[in-house]
Write a protein that binds this ligand. Structure first.
Ligand code: SF4
Length: 340
């Protein structure tokens, strides 16, 4: 729902302030799907609202479930026809994490990422960010399940759409509204340090994740061009400041690419980088999915990499991979229609 359009409509109609709250209650809390559902409103007002303000800013084109039923990929069309993807990850412990896109496409050009190959179409609005979660919540309602976590790890770089991202965090967080605690929300960046510095000053206690993917500068530059603008030492300085200010844990995401970033030297270099704060730094090792450019590190190499980090006292886990068969896993989002 476009909140600005709703505000203007109610103003034109000279309606009292509580009408706005009633509409948000139906949309954010009850996850209703039309103006018809706001039964406290007079019927004529609902009909005029339906003509003036679209209920949804996103139209669900497709919800594709993985074979293991551990992931669902949602393809949405924005009102201008731009396509975006959102992924629901269903954990064994009953957590339901929604991975949302912050931009349509992405300008960062990471060489292992399907979204990076698309380039940037545009930033998403706060309403479009928030609505990705609301629409997944609607989908989950049909099986009496709830959204428990939100991660800004889908298409795009959240720090390049900072204001809309933070507005959507507040919408998610709103008490009496969607009411999702900030500690259940994570923002992931490829290393835009001004964004990390801004986030450190925010009152909301959201989690920070860094897509690191290599600890050696030349390798990181090769796979993540952002490393030229914000090299690893600059990035780590921003992370240190963030931790000093917030005393919160930082996640480092690390996709394992065979013979690119998965050698013993890579593991030792990563351990050197993170050993300064073994309590608050955690590494998520992520299984890659073969592309024409890179091959995923095999199971043995992944386990070896993990144990090398553990031997150096680094907190690290291999992250469960979701939705490979529906191209919903890390680095695979590209708004492709499925092949039938
Ligand atoms: S990995 Fe993230 S930052 Fe890099 S191109 Fe893909 S979406 Fe953009």
């Amino acid at each position: 729902m476009n909140r600005e359009a709703l505000t203007q409509f109610l103003h034109r109609e000279e309606q009292p302030a509580y009408r706005y709250k009633q509409a948000l209650q139906a949309f954010c809390v009850e996850h209703q799907s039309s103006w018809e559902s706001i039964t406290p409103w007079p019927k004529a007002l609902r009909e005029r609202a339906a003509k003036a303000v679209p209920w949804d800013t996103l139209t669900l084109r497709l919800a594709q479930e993985s074979m293991k039923q551990d992931a669902v990929k949602f393809l949405f069309a924005c009102t201008d026809g731009v396509l975006i993807e959102t992924v629901l990850m269903r954990h064994e412990d009953k957590r339901n994490t929604v991975c949302i896109s912050s931009q349509a496409g992405c300008p960062m050009g990471c060489t292992f990422c399907a979204t990076g190959a698309m380039g940037l179409t545009r930033n998403l609005t706060a309403d479009e960010l928030f609505e990705q979660v609301v629409q997944v919540a609607r989908w989950l309602d049909t099986s009496s399940c709830h959204v428990t976590n939100v991660v800004y790890m889908g298409m795009g770089e959240p720090m390049h759409n900072y204001d809309a991202v933070m507005t959507s965090v507040r919408m998610l967080n709103e008490q009496g509204g969607f009411n999702l605690g900030a500690r259940h929300i994570s923002i992931s960046t490829c290393g835009i340090t001004p964004g990390i510095q801004k986030l450190a000053k925010e009152p909301e206690q959201v989690n920070l994740a860094i897509s690191l993917h290599a600890a050696m500068p030349d390798i990181r530059t090769r796979i993540m061009p952002v490393n030229r603008a914000y090299p690893i030492d600059v990035l780590m300085r921003a992370v240190r400041t963030y931790v000093q200010k917030t005393n919160r844990r930082v996640m480092f995401e690390y996709l394992l690419l065979q013979n690119i970033n998965d050698s013993e030297e890579d593991a030792q270099c990563l351990a050197d980088l993170l050993s300064e704060n073994p309590k608050l730094y955690h590494v998520n090792l992520i299984k890659y999915h073969d592309t024409q450019v890179y091959t995923a590190s095999g199971r043995d190499r992944r386990t070896q990499f993990l144990s090398r980090l553990h031997k150096r006292g680094i907190s690290a886990t291999i992250r469960q991979s979701f939705g490979e068969d529906i191209l919903a896993a890390c680095g695979q989002l590209a708004c492709l229609e499925p092949h039938h």
